[in-house]
Design a protein around this ligand. Sequence first.
Ligand SMILES: *[C@@H]1O[C@H](CO)[C@@H](O)[C@H](O)[C@H]1NC(C)=O
Ligand SMILES: *[C@@H]1O[C@H](CO)[C@@H](O)[C@H](O)[C@H]1NC(C)=O
Ligand SMILES: *[C@@H]1O[C@H](CO)[C@@H](O)[C@H](O)[C@H]1NC(C)=O
Ligand SMILES: *[C@@H]1O[C@H](CO)[C@@H](O)[C@H](O)[C@H]1NC(C)=O
Length: 386
Amino acid sequence: MKVCPGFRISPMSRSKSSSKRPLWIIVLVSLVCILLIMVYLYPPQQYSSCYLLSSKFCGHFEYWLPPISAKVLNDDELTARVVMRDIISMPTVPSKNPKIAFMFLTPGSLPFEKLWDKFFLGHEDRFSIYVHASRHKPVHVSHLFIGRNIRSERVAWGKISMVDAEKRLLANALQDTDNQHFVLLSESCVPLHNFDYVYSYLMETNVSFVDCFGDPGPHGAGRYSEHMLPEIEKKDWRKGSQWFSIKRQHALLVLADSLYYTKFKLHCKPGMDGNKNCYADEHYLPTLLNTADPTGITNWSVTHVDWSEGKWHPRAYRAGDVTFELLKNLTSINENVHVTSGFKRVVMRKPCLWNGMKRPCYLFARKFYPEALENLMNIFSNFTVF
Ligand SMILES: *[C@@H]1O[C@H](CO)[C@@H](O)[C@H](O)[C@H]1NC(C)=O
Ligand SMILES: *[C@@H]1O[C@H](CO)[C@@H](O)[C@H](O)[C@H]1NC(C)=O
Ligand SMILES: *[C@@H]1O[C@H](CO)[C@@H](O)[C@H](O)[C@H]1NC(C)=O
Ligand SMILES: *[C@@H]1O[C@H](CO)[C@@H](O)[C@H](O)[C@H]1NC(C)=O
């Protein structure tokens, strides 16, 4: 736009003679009108013409400039960003025998080990098992689980020790370069499909299944602390269930990160900042992966849990609840739901897209009481026909 130079003429004509005042006022008013019309018709996109001029009039156009958002990163942030970017775009070590690592985070023995044994049987070369038992040494009933306990430490609910246990499992599982996908499971989780289905669901895609959403309510944004600045801004704060299923690059990324991890360790814990509660296991991974690789995660978890009763704990299934119909229902869900916390309770539903196609969302489910084992064993082969 060549409107700015026009204004520079006017002060000169003003100084010439006062007798010409009406004329220059008319010229000025018409120039302003033309200018306004032009600005309206051609909203400025490039500001170079004004940047080149020091005119006071041009200065007013700074209103039109978008805020300069390119954040200046400190050394640690810059280092973390480049390392994370390259880990994400790295091809994985080629494997002749790609496997899924099933990582069990449990206080002790696994009540559904017999069911998992049934699930794994016949697929011995395509999985590996890791058990982190944080309280009691587990008693194993399946030979597939024997010798699979890793060195473990105490885990306190909601504290950083939970994330530490997850990282310990990942570090053990990453030692085996055949492991390409890493699934975190609890002692109350059960499989909803047969092994072949689970294997192709997780392996024939290039994303991680990590639950992640922005909850503006007290149990989401309300847990954020300003102490996390400058690395973690409130707008990047995310929440999600801890039960992830992630690809190898993301597993490596979690272990490579110390910048974000340290922020969570220091500033996300129960009873912080006076009376606020923050639970690192519900925020660390979603926030980290959403920052590092937002399109590389699905934003939902493949482990189903039923929060619909609106209580402090999710619904737990008793033996009597476990019917063919219940499991059929769980396996046919193809939409994921996020509900914001607080009075508003905004419900967000999204289709579960797998490689762009609408598919059932869930491969595993929790929480089941140990007493449900018998029924699950009886109907497992019936509902996992595919
Ligand atoms: C996954 O693969 C699809 C197509 O094959 C590609 O468009 C997409 O960018 C890939 N995503 C990631 C995170 O690598
Ligand atoms: C997940 O959510 C983030 C925003 O939080 C978005 O940028 C990203 O595209 C979403 N991923 C998918 C696969 O929809
Ligand atoms: C299965 O889903 C149907 C339809 O949503 C519902 O009416 C039924 O109660 C569900 N059954 C169980 C056992 O959850
Ligand atoms: C599972 O299927 C078998 C054979 O088709 C049948 O005998 C059995 O009753 C079924 N069990 C349940 C719980 O539906």
